[in-house]
Write a protein that binds this ligand. Structure first.
Ligand code: NAD
Length: 298
């Protein structure tokens, strides 16, 4: 272990207070995993209603883990006791690490980073983003501490999937990258890979063109959704097909990532097909809306 690694390991061992901004699909999972690993978690949402929906999502997932034998009732209760929900930004003031997981819209994220820069008092605190595709640099430049800003890209569902992509901008301090890596590995028991600050990082740069190809295939009418998905499940041993996966990710989030990739690289393979946009216009956002390429019981 290098001296840098040792310093990062000691620094993450001292982390007790984490903030999570946004408690949708991803923020709720990140908050849950942090609380399950003994951290005090303050979750911030835009409204009392969305905070309550987020709280129910986290607590429902903790109950689900108990039913599946992944967590004891005592562990669930102590994790629940470490979680608090707020709409008040100042409640994030004492956080040592804040992970942003608001909607995949540049304006919303830039506003969030400006806000975090104002309210988080500890100048050593790390401000992380779970963005799938927006350049870390754009969010870092919304703060007066770009060296403390880093990407920590978790995967859905966060309590199940082990990966975190750690993404450094040109201005991220080496210490911040080391910190984010050690935090994900040592405190959350995640597996880390590193990417430079390019839209989509490693996984989405590969995954999104594949999902878009499946949507184009459906749109052109040469196979059904069920057959496209079965092809990849039964023929390639994928755990789910691309259309079911797009539904799981959320079609709005899939479109937002595709748009960021297209804007960055201007390559046709990232251009979102019209069917994807029309489904979003119709509110068919996938699993979270009860309907996307498939229908779901909510
Ligand atoms: N869905 C996925 O599979 C996935 C995977 C990895 C990363 N991500 C990324 O995670 C982020 C969140 O995605 P999601 O799928 O959880 O979206 P989501 O729509 O489920 O949740 C977003 C949440 O953010 C809240 N929010 C919006 N603006 C806010 C603000 N200013 N302050 C506080 N809360 C705010 C909304 O109320 C909502 O609850 C995005 O950047 C997305 O690209 C998504």
């Amino acid at each position: 272990m290098s001296l840098m690694d040792t310093i990062a390991t000691e620094r993450v061992a001292g982390i007790e207070r984490v903030g999570v901004v946004g408690c949708g699909l991803m923020g709720s999972g990140i908050a849950e995993v942090c609380a399950r690993h003994g951290l005090d978690v303050m979750v911030m949402e835009v409204s009392p209603e969305s905070a309550e929906v987020g709280r129910q999502r986290v607590f429902g997932s903790l109950d689900h883990a108990v039913r599946r034998g992944k967590l004891s009732e005592e562990e669930r209760d102590s994790a629940a006791g470490r979680l608090a929900f707020t709409t008040e930004p100042d409640e994030l003031g004492d956080r040592q690490l804040v992970i942003e997981a608001v909607v995949e819209e540049e304006r919303a994220k830039v506003d969030t980073f400006e806000l975090l820069d104002r309210v988080v008092k500890d100048q050593d605190a790390v401000l992380a983003t779970n963005t799938s595709s927006i350049p870390i640099m754009k969010l870092a430049m919304a703060t007066d501490r770009p060296e403390q800003v880093v990407g920590m890209h978790f995967f859905n569902p966060v309590p199940v999937l082990p990966l975190v992509e750690v993404v450094s901008s040109l201005l991220t301090a080496v210490e911040t990258t080391e910190f984010a890596t050690a935090f994900a590995q040592d405190r959350l028991a995640k597996k880390v890979i590193h990417s430079q600050d390019r839209a989509g990082f490693i996984v989405n740069a590969l995954l999104i063109p594949y999902l878009l190809s499946a949507i184009r295939m459906l749109e052109s009418g040469f196979a059904t959704a069920a057959d496209i998905d079965s092809g990849m499940v039964e023929g390639c041993a994928h755990p789910m097909g691309p259309l079911a996966l797009a539904d799981l990710i959320g079609l709005d989030t899939t479109l937002a990532i595709a748009n960021s990739l297209y804007e960055e690289f201007r390559e046709q393979l990232y251009a979102p097909p019209p069917l994807l946009s029309r489904m979003i216009d119709a509110g068919l956002l996938g699993r979270k809306a009860g309907r996307g390429f498939y229908e779901y019981n909510r």
